[in-house]
Design a protein around this ligand. Structure first.
Ligand code: FES
Length: 164
């Protein structure tokens, strides 16, 4: 008695199977993209998870502290009116903007986009929209980042920020 099982497959059938697997691979990528659009992974990554930025005495008035918030480069500014925080990825083409004390502005070095350090609004230059603001709170002697003020807005500009 022989327990041998044999399959025969034509070259044409093998090609169809391989083409089907390739099509399935690309369709899977497209479906994954649609699902990612419908249910952004930001929540899974812990978007808006409160983080401690710095102790208050480490950021005296007129100084800044860079930090990462939800994977995006961000900056805390201690303005005379209080603490302000923004994502620092420029809304033009994604360079990192930084505080310029002599100008009292947040300036992007790439194309000289300028932002108001109190509001994040565009003052001049090519950026099409403000820097995204982050809610902050001071408690127990430290400054914490709480959440993006407008999470929907952050999603619209995340293209520019890439994975940053
Ligand atoms: S990337 Fe910031 S002004 Fe162009």
């Amino acid at each position: 008695m022989e327990d041998k099982i044999t399959f025969t497959i034509t070259r044409r059938k093998l090609t169809e199977i391989l083409m089907g697997l390739v099509a399935l691979f690309f369709a899977g990528g497209a479906i994954a993209s649609i699902l990612k659009y419908l249910w952004p992974a930001t929540a899974a990554k812990g978007e808006n998870v409160e983080i401690k930025i710095a102790n208050v005495d480490e950021v005296p008035t007129g100084s800044v502290r860079k930090f990462m918030f939800n994977g995006k480069a961000s900056v805390l500014l201690h303005m005379p009116a209080g603490f302000r925080a923004f994502g620092s990825v420029c809304t033009h083409l994604g360079c990192i903007a930084s505080w310029s004390p002599p100008d009292n502005l947040i300036i992007c070095p790439c194309h000289l986009g300028k932002f108001d350090p109190n509001t994040g609004a565009v003052v001049s230059g090519p950026p099409p929209s403000p820097l995204p603001a982050i809610d902050v709170v001071v408690k127990e002697g430290a400054v914490y980042a709480l959440a993006w003020k407008d999470p929907a807005y952050v999603k619209t500009i995340s293209f520019y920020a890439g994975a940053a």
